[in-house]
Design a protein around this ligand. Structure first.
Ligand code: X8Z
Ligand code: ZN
Length: 630
């Protein structure tokens, strides 16, 4: 399934699950009336055999229905029209009905002594309801339509302005899409233009606000029918621990990495002050979000050349190389695939190349946010991405291929197990391999001339990586902090936007270019909100990728600093990776982690180890600065 933004992710997010842990918060009992009604139609006490049969049917039916929904969703996302939007909504509605019905039926087996494997599948089924639909058919249909419509509004969003005429791909057009606006935001140094581009993109979101508000109401109604307080409780329950333990776990990891983020923030702010003037950012002020080179200020790699610690040392930005070597979309994906096959993993299937969408079609609307798809749960793998020849997209290609290889190696498992050990694992595989894209590796594939290992070049490389992986951390955490509060009612519709900026200030230390109002809906200008894709997974992935990298480098026999290690071509590391991927979600994530690294906890020491040389450099560069923000 598409990884898995619309249909499956959201609606049957079995990839975000784990097995019943020690202290699982079970949903509160269903209302007595509902229990009485279902008891009347139930055929006596359940047995373990019935439970096994029930799950076998669910696995079979999920695969069939899931494939149908994926196909509808693929067509819709690669050809957005009024009709495809409605057709995808209808398909989703069918899946939502099925999923809710099966989860409710499965409650009949609760409390029954069952083999571990069946227990795990029941757990996965219960927490697969990323978007729980109410049983009322009209409300269910409305929820499916809202989902589809919000996605289309985002996917077709454009900002039109005479001043931007000629600044996008079409020299005659005044209307720019997100990829075009993002490119401008990444390249321009004109603060006025940056502000307009930032504000322009965010203007696509207010129409999504009333839809989102209703979407939350209906989703929460569905969650209540399953005995949960709200949708967030379902999302947080899928990590083999209680929801409250999961919250503390994420907080713990964030606290461990915050000092690293603070140093990076401090250095970047200092440099931006030199670019835009002392009046643009006061000494302990947060950074204006439109100056960081990315629409959500989530990754800052576009500022690399300006922030480079040792100017001109080593070659870190691959964009000029990719352009010079005439890399097109297919060649870039082939390069990514080559990394995986060098580890002994299979080549991508022929249908991947026939059915993927790798470049933006000129004549129709598509959702350009990159995604990986597992359409049939049986090897029909695809990527949907509007690839441009640049460094950032090469990284994203590796990210997407990580999903593809997970799909590929767990496709033999029952549908409920066809998922990551938890969703952070799924997001972290491709990102792990990106850490092995070292200058030595790039020289091996002919993209860079051979370079002598050099300490200054190493710091440059680490800076570039940190502008991606470290800058991302607070954003990775805050998106769901906002949603969890929205879902549980702590944040009311009248304070959606204010609550969003409160979190962006607290976590990222950024502010909008100008004060925002409640008529804005800035969370809606981020893909994962209108598409209902949980986001904490990316935060986890950015911790796990370094842990995976450290473990694989050890297996590969690497010695020396972690940032120098590339597992390219190492079969032993590849075998171990395959072992973990093949488990899918069949084991709790701690088991999967143990398989790969021997560890059983998510651990931020790996990311801190990795960046150690940069941390020392940053502390020095920030001497005399007051870090942090008020
Ligand atoms: O959404 C994605 C992937 C698809 S799962 C392209 N990412 C997050 C984002 O773009 O916001 C990868 C990094 C974080
Ligand atoms: Zn992803």
């Amino acid at each position: 399934m598409r990884f898995r933004p619309a249909a499956f992710v959201v609606f049957l997010s079995c990839w975000a699950c784990g097995s019943p842990p020690v202290k699982l918060e079970t949903p509160s009992p269903r209302p007595a009336a509902a229990l009485a009604a279902s008891a009347a139609s139930e055929p006596g006490p359940p047995t373990a055999e019935e439970a096994a049969e029930f799950l076998a049917d669910v696995n079979q039916e999920l695969k069939e229905l899931g494939t149908y929904v994926q196909r509808m969703s693929w067509v819709k996302s690669t050809y957005i029209t009024h009709d495809t939007e409605l057709l995808a909504a209808r398909a989703t509605e069918t899946l939502l009905e099925y999923q809710m019905r099966k989860i409710k039926e499965s409650q009949r087996f609760r409390g029954l002594a069952l083999p571990r494997e069946l227990q795990r599948q029941f757990y996965l089924l219960t927490y697969s309801a990323g978007l729980p639909a109410p049983s009322d058919p009209a409300e269910r249909a409305e929820l499916a339509r809202l989902s589809s419509e919000m996605e289309s509004l985002y996917g077709t969003g454009k900002y039109c302005s005479r001043r931007l005429r000629g600044k996008g791909d079409d020299p005659k057009s005044e209307c720019l899409t997100l990829p075009e606006l993002s490119e401008l935001l990444g390249k321009s140094k004109d603060p006025k233009l940056l502000e307009e581009v930032w504000t322009g993109w965010h203007s696509i979101a207010p129409p999504i606000r009333p839809l989102y508000q209703r979407f939350v109401e209906l989703g929460n109604k569905g969650a209540a029918e399953l005995g949960f307080h709200d949708m967030g409780e379902i999302w947080r329950g899928a990590y083999d621990m209680s929801g409250s333990e999961f919250r503390s776990e994420v907080e713990r990891l964030w606290k461990e990495v915050y000092p690293l983020y603070e140093q990076l923030h401090c250095y970047v702010r200092q440099k931006l002050r030199t670019r835009y003037g002392k009046d643009s950012i006061a000494p302990r002020a947060p950074i204006p979000a439109h100056l960081l080179g990315n629409m959500w200020a989530q990754e800052w790699t576009n500022l690399y050349s300006f922030l480079e610690p040792f100017p001109g040392v080593g070659q870190v930005d691959l964009t000029p190389r990719l352009v010079a070597a005439k890399y097109d979309a297919v060649k870039m994906v082939k390069l990514g695939e080559r990394f995986f096959t060098s580890l002994g993993l299979d080549p991508l299937p022929a249908t991947f190349w026939e059915r993927s969408l790798l470049t933006k079609p000129r004549d129709r609307e598509v959702e350009c946010h990159a995604s990986a798809w597992d359409v049939s749960m049986d090897g029909d793998l695809r990527i949907k991405m509007c690839i441009r020849t640049n460094h950032e997209d090469l990284v994203t290609i590796h990210h997407e291929l990580g999903h593809e290889y997970y799909f590929q190696y767990y496709k033999q498992l029952p549908a409920l197990y066809q998922n990551g050990a938890n969703d952070g694992f799924h997001e972290g595989i491709g990102d792990t391999l990106v850490l092995s894209v070292t200058p030595e590796y790039l020289a091996e594939v002919g993209l860079l001339p051979p370079q002598k290992p050099d300490e200054k070049a190493g710091i440059n490389l680490l800076m570039q990586r940190a502008l991606d992986g470290v800058a991302f951390l607070p954003f990775g955490k805050l998106v769901d902090e906002w949603r969890w509060r929205v879902f549980d009612g702590e944040v009311e519709p009248g304070e959606y936007n204010a609550a969003w900026w409160k979190l962006r200030l607290a976590y990222q230390g950024v502010v909008p270019p100008k004060p925002r109002a409640e008529s804005d809906f800035d969370p809606g200008a981020k893909y994962h909100v209108p598409s209902n894709v949980p986001y904490t997974r990316y935060f986890l992935a950015r911790i796990l990728q370094y842990q995976f990298h450290r473990a694989l480098c050890k297996i590969a026999g690497h010695e020396g600093p972690l940032y120098r290690c590339s597992i390219y071509g190492n079969r032993a590391a590849g075998d171990r990776l395959k072992q973990m991927l093949s488990l899918g979600a069949s084991q709790p994530w701690r088991e999967a982690l143990r398989t790969l690294s021997g560890e059983t906890e998510m651990d931020a020491t790996a990311i801190l180890d990795y960046y150690q040389p940069l941390i020392a450099w940053l502390k020095d560069a920030n001497r005399g600065e007051q870090c942090g923000w008020q």
